[in-house]
Design a protein around this ligand. Structure first.
Ligand code: ATP
Ligand code: MG
Length: 372
């Protein structure tokens, strides 16, 4: 097992998250190694801090090479998982797109949403597709779902919204008095039951504005104000340690990590875990780790080995099963920009793939929201 950890490098942590005197114990992610556990049986899981899972992988601000023997030593001492915290059709592709040509503003209602941020363990790890899949599945189960696109590359927006002509998330993050309430940016998407607060390229200009604790707290407050209108607010946040990503984590209750089962994935996950630990010092209400969705999974020996390693390190926080690497996922999201269920009906040759993945997403939703 240690062989597979060789040369795992941990990237430097964002300077604003590094305490002046980082001497205390590293964060904790206690886990039980139970590859057989299922999501539903274990219920929603949360990472709430504590002693470290893989302390050597969580060291701050230095590029670290973890040796084979060290990883073996660390993994052999993984403590038990802490108590979990309970949480609060269209016939053709053409018809599907045309049904959403005119976005409408969503009527206001009262109830509180769970706010979930989704981040990739590294770029291209499948975070946006997991966000879309969770949105589709939750909406199909009757939840009122809003997708927030916190990534200036706007992949979520591209999949969900035909045209962006009103205020967007960048107007919510404004520093001045012209800031817009989040729910004034939401539009009905072309996906049944899913609404979206879109992104545009210029969201990148807000990166610097979100560099302070105060600014991130204010963004959290704006998301907070939108809660009553939804059951689930899903944020697609960029991978890495940008201020936009940190603001998303601060504004969320729960963080879901989308990860490939590739050798560098564990380092990426640990970097995020370390970020959560640092953020908790300045933002005690920031998201806790709620799940790891392994995706783009093929049945190669390497993928199986890495999945085993991720499960050994993070126990039942790793959602089952992994999402397979199926062309249907990419075709539905990127090419046809439609939910997997709709795509399954429109493309019979890919229907089995699409339905398989849609069912996995539905299983994941049961880890985030009460089963209806
Ligand atoms: N299960 C899957 N099977 C096949 N292709 C997939 C799957 N999940 C995602 N993809 C494809 O992999 C690529 C990366 O996925 P995605 O954009 O969701 O990742 P990301 O983490 O959001 O990337 P970024 O860092 O650019 O935001 C996309 O082309 C997407 O269509
Ligand atoms: Mg993305």
């Amino acid at each position: 097992m240690g062989r597979r950890h060789q040369n795992l490098a941990v990237s430097p942590v964002h300077p604003s998250l590094v305490p002046q005197h980082a001497t205390g114990p590293a964060p904790v992610l206690a886990a039980t190694a139970s590859p057989t556990c299922t999501n539903r049986r274990n219920g929603p899981a949360e990472w709430t801090g504590g002693p470290p899972v893989v302390p050597a992988l969580l060291k701050p601000c230095r590029s670290t090479v973890v040796t084979e023997s060290e990883v073996a030593r660390i993994l052999s001492g993984v403590p038990a998982m802490p108590p979990t915290r309970k949480i609060g059709k269209m016939s053709s592709m053409t018809e599907h797109r045309s049904s959403a040509s005119t976005p409408r503003r969503r009527p206001r209602q009262r109830r509180g949403a769970r706010v979930v941020a989704v981040q990739g363990s590294r770029g291209g790890a499948g975070a946006t597709c997991i966000t879309l899949g969770l949105a589709e599945a939750a909406a199909r189960q009757g939840f009122r779902v809003c997708g927030l696109d916190l990534d200036p590359r706007a992949a979520l927006t591209t999949a969900l919204v035909d045209t962006v002509d009103g205020p967007t998330l960048k107007d919510v993050i404004r520093l001045d008095e012209h800031a817009v309430p989040l729910n004034d940016t939401t539009v009905e998407s072309s996906w049944p039951g899913v609404w979206a607060s879109p992104a545009e390229r210029t969201l990148q200009n807000r990166e610097r504005d979100l560099g302070t604790v105060h600014a991130r707290t204010r963004f959290r407050q704006r998301v907070e104000q939108a809660r009553p209108d939804w059951d689930l607010i899903l944020m697609d946040i960029p991978s890495g340690l940008s201020n936009l990503a940190l603001a998303g984590i601060v504004a969320a209750d729960a963080l879901v990590i989308a990860s490939t089962a590739t050798p560098w994935a564990l380092a990426g996950i640990n970097e995020i875990v370390y970020t959560l630990e640092r953020l908790e010092k300045t933002h005690p209400q920031a998201a806790t780790l709620s799940g790891i969705a392994v995706t783009l999974y093929d049945d190669s020996a390497q993928a199986k080995r890495t999945l085993t390693e991720i499960r050994e390190a993070f126990g039942h926080l790793v959602w089952s099963p992994p999402v397979p690497r199926y062309a249907a996922v990419q075709l539905a999201a990127e090419v046809h920009r439609m939910p997997l269920d709709t795509y399954a009906e429109a493309a019979p040759l890919r229907a089995r793939e699409a339905r398989t993945v849609a069912n996995i997403h539905a299983e994941f939703v049961s880890c985030l929201l009460p089963v209806t």
